[in-house]
Ligand binder design. Structure first.
Ligand code: SF4
Length: 377
């Protein structure tokens, strides 16, 4: 019912409670009262215009909001907008948040990378790495006003917006002066709004996902929160702060999501216990393929390896399967206080499960087993 009523914005307070919410460019671990102010449950009575859904979906997780300051309506902020344009920028003002989310929609900008870039810039300004000389006289401060001011500048690549439009990796390279320490990205993609210290399995996910800091290639944090996956035998919540047992979990979930995603299946089917057995039966119904769970998972492993092979051709290897500096420092408070994932311990076990060598390159032996040896590097 939470998704039905509030969409993903209804989960903000729970995410904060888990120590999973990015706060102040990923520096803080607790923001309880403020999170409540920008949760869907609080914003919706004031701004909701209508609910809507993908074709025939009974969940209808999408919400249309009335946008403050005019008669127009637009998409209401979902969890990632709230996390990145809200908490990560210390913006707890619903009015600014709804406006910022709408502006990103209108300009066609990703709310996650945009929020990251703004939080990065504010922190850089606070630390004197960026100055008013760089910003054209703008004072960058934590909170909503700076967020709504920077979005159009980024969209038009005007002034400081031209720098931030590159994303945090490139912006940090251009700025120098230690700005890399503030850039929270993997392989150039700003990480999603799920803190790999709140759910350590996400460290391995982010480090090895083909796109970089993408949460949708693994979704392992679902399993820490009590979502069960009977086909894989995950029936009780996993410990979100323990690293040792996570390599097989990440291996399995990445393989499954590698099939789940290209089939265009909504992620919220997963909490509904749609596992590979059901996917196999759907494939049979739609395509006539007589597959089973093992074949679905083998297809997923093939797809994951093909993506890795593409990346290997582009020069990606173990040196790139890393976390940004901020993620190897524990948070000062909240449920995940002091937690840091043991990525160095997880990576060799993960490579072994994948049949990749010590450099993170798929071995010919594994590629032959998967029937894709012709793509071997
Ligand atoms: S299919 Fe998924 S994304 Fe679409 S309305 Fe339903 S729950 Fe939301």
């Amino acid at each position: 019912m939470g998704l039905h009523n509030f969409g993903t914005s209804g989960g903000v307070e729970a995410v904060e409670m888990f120590g999973d919410l990015p706060i102040k460019n990923w520096q803080l671990g607790s923001w309880k009262e403020q999170a409540k102010k920008i949760a869907g449950q609080t914003m919706q009575p004031k701004y909701l215009h209508a609910h809507y859904a993908c074709n025939a979906c009974p969940i209808r997780c999408a919400k249309i909001y009335k946008i403050p300051g005019g008669d127009h309506i637009g998409h209401g902020p979902e969890y990632e907008s709230i996390a990145m344009l809200g908490a990560n920028c210390l913006n707890d003002d619903p009015e600014y948040l709804v406006q910022a989310n709408h502006a990103c929609d209108v300009y066609g900008m990703d709310v996650m990378s945009t929020g990251h870039s703004i939080a990065f810039a504010i922190e850089a300004f606070e630390r004197g790495i960026l100055t008013e000389k760089d910003t054209g006289g703008l004072k960058l401060e934590w909170g909503g006003p700076t967020v709504v001011k920077l979005i159009p500048l980024i969209a038009r690549r005007e002034g400081i917006g031209g720098l931030l439009a590159h994303g945090v990796r490139k912006a940090a390279e251009i700025i120098g002066k230690g700005a890399k320490e503030l850039a929270v990205e993997v392989k150039g993609l700003e990480i999603a709004g799920h803190d790999p210290r709140g759910h350590v399995s996400m460290s391995l996910n982010y480090a090895t996902a083909a796109r970089g800091g993408c949460h949708l290639e693994g979704l392992t944090y679902f399993l820490d929160r009590g979502v069960t996956a009977p086909d894989f035998g995950y029936m009780t919540p996993l410990d979100p702060h323990v690293s040792d047992d996570k390599p097989p979990v990440v291996f399995t979930m990445q393989n499954y999501l590698s099939v789940f995603n290209p089939l265009g299946l909504c992620k919220f089917l997963f909490p509904g216990r749609v596992g590979p057995k059901i996917v196999a039966s759907w494939q049979k119904a739609v395509c006539g393929w007589d597959s089973d769970m093992d074949e679905v998972m083998a297809a997923g492993e093939r797809i994951f390896n093909l993506k890795r092979l593409f990346n290997v051709r582009q020069g990606i290897s173990r040196k790139d399967d890393v976390l940004p500096p901020r993620m190897v420092v524990g948070k000062p408070d909240g449920k995940a206080k002091g937690v840091v994932a043991d990525l160095a311990g997880m990576l060799p076990k993960y490579y072994e499960l994948r049949g990749w060598n010590d450099s993170g390159i798929p071995t010919r032996e594994r590629l032959e087993k998967l029937g894709i040896a012709s793509y071997a590097p």
